[in-house]
Design a protein around this ligand. Sequence first.
Ligand code: FAE
Length: 549
Amino acid sequence: MSGTTTRITDPEGVTRRRFLAGTGSILGAVTLSAQAIPAAAQADSQAAAGPIGDGARVPVLVIGTGYGGSVAALRLAQAGVDVHMIEMGMAWDTPGSDGKIFAHTTSPDGRSYWLRTRTKQPLSNFLGFPIDKDIPRYTGILDAEEMGGIIVYQGRGVGGGSLVNGGMAVTPKRENFGAILPSVNADEMYSTYYPRANAGLGVSTIDPAWFDSVDCYQYSRVGRKHAQRSGFPFVFVPGVYDWDYMKQEAAGTVPKSAVAGEILYGNNYGKKSLQKTYIAKAKATGKVTISPLHKVTTVSPASGGGYTVVIEQLNTSGTTTATKSVTADRVFFAAGSVGTSKLLVKLKATGALPQLNGEIGKGWGDNGNVMCGRANHMWDATGKVQSAIPTGGIDNWAAGGAFAEVAPLPTGIETYASFYLSITKNPNRASFSWNAAAGKAELNWQTAWKQPSIDAAKTIFDKINSKEGTIYRTDLFGTYKIWGDHLTYHPLGGAVLNKATDNYGRLHGHPGLYVIDGSLIPGNTSVNPFVTITALAERNIEKIIATDL
Ligand code: FAE
């Protein structure tokens, strides 16, 4: 069973074994076995879902099954429209031979990464040791996409980012909204669409009394104590994890997921991913069909009206097994900020959609993500058992441009580390462009553009370190490297609302084409983005249904 094997065959094998012996950490425990991968079963379940046929004609085709795509599918179906969703990743509804659908954080296997032969963990080192390892190449759940100067982490599969994310479901402060989506009426968002999104996603906040008493949030309570001693407000971060289930996990009465440290590669229990909320409701209408392991490559006007959509069917090795051409009256781009931007810059540059305007590919930001760790004193233990779902944040947005979440470090051992993901006010914006020679879209982000994020995060952590007499950890992102400034989990922009599209996501120049995902948001949401992506999608689809259909 995955997670119990410690067979280590990577080049650092000897070092790894010594490391395991030295620390007892389960972070290094790895199985390279492919048995956990349910290839045949996944193929069966995809057949049962009824993949789209070559030559099909559909009223609405949605590219991608993340937040934007799921909202569009549900609301269109409720309005009586048949919808077909195309998803490049797998269905994630079939257990592997270990009995689990998703691999554990500390024992990644083929299920964990999208078409990689070696893991690319956000936290690449521990105690100075590199912790990445070889895995079988497979259409796994987390894509660590290396774009110019930044690694963009994204979910792959039915449910998009909701499969892999931390479930932190944060509505931005009203006072910050004008800077997030300047062309959108804030009154409507806060009275109607944020509440609708929060209800649809099943958002709730942890019971504070339980938080104060349970072992698995000791790390978060230490984070709160340090924040408050330095005069920073600590806020509870709402989430989509089922807190009642987590209480039972902590009590040992149900199989563990968050409390066992599951995050990044899927939660086997407890997290209300889109598969359990919007997508479940959409499927229940009987009007929504999903084709997993299908990737859209081209959209162009069809001669008889509507759009011709070319789709590649993939196997679990990532090889194209069929190419299908279908016609859709309307197409919703919901492939995520990177997926939608890459498709649109290609379609504009290659002349497939010649009327797209010059804003396509622009306004891309990383939501100011930067990570760091602090080394605590021995009397400030953060706990061996850490719930993988963060639930608290330090709000220094107004004064220092940073909102820092107290993140878990679920290694299974006491690390005496506090670990944080900061969302910061980083003004840098990148653009996607089409490289015709290479035949691919490229992003011009530069690693040095993270400096404003580091500066903003330091407004919190320099002060806490000085107050507590502590220092930054330098062993988590390399050797003697403090900042995790090479990545983002929150790609936003590339088809910005009211610029590349009209104020409701209609692409200029091509009636019947819409953008409805994170690419509409110009680079920053001041907090974690999926509630805003969902609320904006709720707003836009309501208008589109009322006026266009
Ligand atoms: P997304 O959810 O990315 O869905 C796009 C879908 O389109 C994916 O399933 C793709 O596989 C699919 N796709 C792409 N290209 C194609 C194509 N050509 N053909 C067919 N399908 C395609 O888009 N946000 C929070 O608010 N709170 C958190 O706690 C949080 N934690 C995160 C942790 C991790 C590790 C990661 C990676 C992200 C996290 N996020 C979090 C970000 C959040 O998941 C992300 O903003 C949303 O998922 C973006 O939603 P979209 O609908 O834009």
